[in-house]
Design a protein around this ligand. Structure first.
Ligand code: 13P
Ligand code: SF4
Length: 305
């Protein structure tokens, strides 16, 4: 079967089986083309609540499907590839957070949405990369434990020097590997290029940027800015997507190593199987986890507007 034939079958099957396909922007182009909604983590969370279909197929990583299930508990939610998990989501345990809370009762726990449902159960407010600065600004408490991404935590701390943001040593294994030397090398090749970067990159990388933001923020900024060349400091799918959309602008990767193998684990065939009900992994929660883990996501959506 060709890619086009498979895409046609998926489009027909999703109607027959009342399926809505949500895809993160890091998915491959052939998957984004057959998705009903493509976006960053915040958009996918908000949209998951509005879906009218009885089944959601998530093309992304595990925590994204968990978030969709928490927000739409009455729907069947399936992650297209059960191999796709964000390693950052599991870097800390609920027990470590509970221990910190017991020792530091005045602190609020803010978790990046890239966390397991178990961690969300012990979190006060969740954030995404597009909403972290805004939401932390709305939290009255100045004492904050921010997990798991220390780079995103440092980015938020910069916006609020008056806050005391404690970060643990976690982060994205893909963005976290970027260095100031990578920036220097690509800027030497493209000295006129604007540099757009995801806040999961280390501060030494972000400090050289023209724009720091989520995947959706980067896409939006590149659309609006009247420049010819852009260096993209996030997963390489975004560079490809931007190049297809704006062929008159030149988009280059900060590094060829910016590949998330988990985001790339999902194939079009996985999506086909998930839509047919023959593949993927259904997400389920017990009632207690469902109620506790949802609270911090509801807070995120409330505070993030
Ligand atoms: P966004 O919230 O920007 O979509 O980021 C998700 C992610 O996993 C980035 O690595
Ligand atoms: Fe997780 Fe990093 Fe992959 Fe995003 S890019 S899903 S944070 S491992």
């Amino acid at each position: 079967m060709t890619v086009e034939q498979l895409q046609k079958s998926i489009r027909e099957l999703k109607k027959e089986n009342d399926v809505c396909i949500l895809a993160h922007s890091y998915q491959t182009r052939e998957i984004c083309e057959i998705a009903d909604i493509v976006g960053d983590s915040f958009k996918l969370s908000v949209e998951a609540q509005k879906v009218k279909n009885s089944k959601i197929v998530m093309c992304g990583v595990h925590f994204m499907a968990e978030t969709a299930k928490l927000l739409s508990p009455e729907k069947t939610v399936v992650i297209a590839s059960d191999e796709a998990g964000c390693p950052m989501a599991e870097q800390f345990t609920p027990e470590e957070v509970l221990k910190f809370k017991a020792e530091h009762p005045s602190y609020s726990v803010v978790s990046y949405i890239n966390t397991t449902a178990a961690l969300k159960c012990v979190t006060d407010v969740c954030v995404t990369s597009s909403s972290a600065v805004e939401i932390v600004g709305k939290i009255e408490n100045n004492d904050i434990l921010f997990i798991p991404d220390k780079n995103l935590g440092a980015f938020v701390q910069k916006a609020y020097p008056e806050k005391n943001i404690v970060c643990w040593n976690g982060g994205c294994p893909v963005h976290g590997k970027m260095t100031a030397a990578d920036v220097k090398a690509i800027k030497a090749k493209f000295p006129e290029a604007k540099f757009l970067v995801h806040p999961e990159c280390p501060p030494e990388v972000c400090e050289n940027a023209d724009y720091i933001g989520s995947t959706a923020g980067i896409i939006d900024y590149a659309r609006k800015l009247d420049a010819e060349q852009f260096i993209i400091g996030t997963e390489i799918s975004i560079t490809a997507q931007l190049s297809y959309e704006m062929p008159s602008k030149r988009f280059v990767n900060l590094s060829k190593h910016l590949i998330c193998t988990d985001m790339k684990a999902t194939t079009l065939m996985d999506v086909y199987n998930a839509v047919c009900g023959k593949g993927g992994l259904e997400i389920t929660f017990d009632a207690d986890t469902a109620a506790k883990a949802r609270h911090c996501i509801d807070e995120m959506i409330r505070l993030g507007g």
